[in-house]
Design a protein around this ligand. Structure first.
Ligand SMILES: Nc1ncnc2c1ncn2[C@@H]1O[C@H](COP(=O)(O)OP(=O)(O)OP(=O)(O)O)[C@@H](O)[C@H]1O
Ligand SMILES: [Mg+2]
Length: 250
């Protein structure tokens, strides 16, 4: 399979007030990969995902997204077709009906006027229905989003992502607030959609078990550095013990 490289990190470094959050990281990710990002709290997982999403600027180094430096992308339609983000808190607007949150996936494509208008007269309702069918929530179209369970809300967030249809999906602890059954549900659905759509997924996780079960490659960070970057089947229990050890080995 000759898939193209979709993300390339070249020596990326990020500091916050002089404190290193990412230290000279280099890796490349091919289209279609399912990558779990693991590591202890404070390792730099969120910072790395936010850097790829162009939410935080790098201190040095370069990120190349689909052959173009990230800094060359303008925020807007093109970028939203490239990268989509899914978060632990789902980022949904609770008081709105599910359909409006799903159609918010079109926000950058439609522009503000059409998106605001769609709050009154839902545009392209069919798109929303199709996306909701794929996450098994078609019967919730008109329900108020805040009344849904955590797992259902995460599925609404996935339907929104289906509508946005970006090439790369970045998920920061997408199942952290869900009970194990819902978490399995959400990860099964997310990885299925990503595979069907030939998208690329990078998800940070606190659960090694989920990383092993659903992802083909595991990148681990420790103190802002790459600790290991391996196909899932090569990740041993010894490596994981070392990764999560509180004290750094000298
Ligand atoms: N906005 C910020 N201002 C200052 N320091 C920050 C900021 N964001 C992150 N950091 C620091 O950068 C380091 C990496 O944080 P980051 O949030 O990326 O870790 P993480 O791996 O996502 O941790 P967790 O598993 O707890 O979510 C930490 O030392 C953190 O304190
Ligand atoms: Mg984090």
């Amino acid at each position: 399979m000759s898939s193209k490289t979709i993300i390339e990190a070249k020596n990326i470094t990020k500091q916050f007030d002089g404190k290193i959050a990412l230290s000279s990281l280099s890796f490349s990710i091919k289209q279609g990969e399912l990558v779990a990002l693991i590591g202890p709290s404070g390792a730099g997982k969120t910072t790395l995902l936010n850097s790829i999403a162009a939410l935080v600027p790098l201190h040095s180094g370069e990120l190349i997204i689909d052959n173009l430096p990230l800094t060359k992308y303008k925020k807007g339609k093109l970028f939203s077709k490239k990268i989509g983000v899914i978060r632990q808190q789902f980022d949904l607007i609770g008081p709105l009906a599910v359909i409006h949150n799903v159609l918010a996936g079109k926000l950058s494509e439609w522009g503000l006027f059409k998106s605001l208008f769609s709050l009154l007269v839902p545009q392209e309702k069919e798109i929303a229905i199709k996306a909701l069918q794929r996450v098994g929530l078609e019967d919730k179209l008109l329900e108020i989003t805040a009344t849904l369970s955590g797992g259902e809300q995460q599925r609404v967030a996935m339907a929104r992502l289906l509508v946005q249809n970006p090439e790369i999906i970045l998920a920061d602890e997408p199942v952290a607030s869900l009970d194990p059954a819902r978490a399995d549900d959400v990860l099964t659905m997310l990885t299925k959609i990503v595979t069907e759509e030939k998208q690329t997924l990078i998800a940070s996780l606190h659960s090694v078990e989920y990383a092993r079960k659903y992802f083909t490659r595991i990148i681990s960070l420790k103190n802002g550095k790459l600790f290991f970057d391996l196909p899932t089947e090569q990740v041993t229990d010894e490596l994981l013990t070392e990764l999560y050890q509180l004290k750094e080995l000298v």
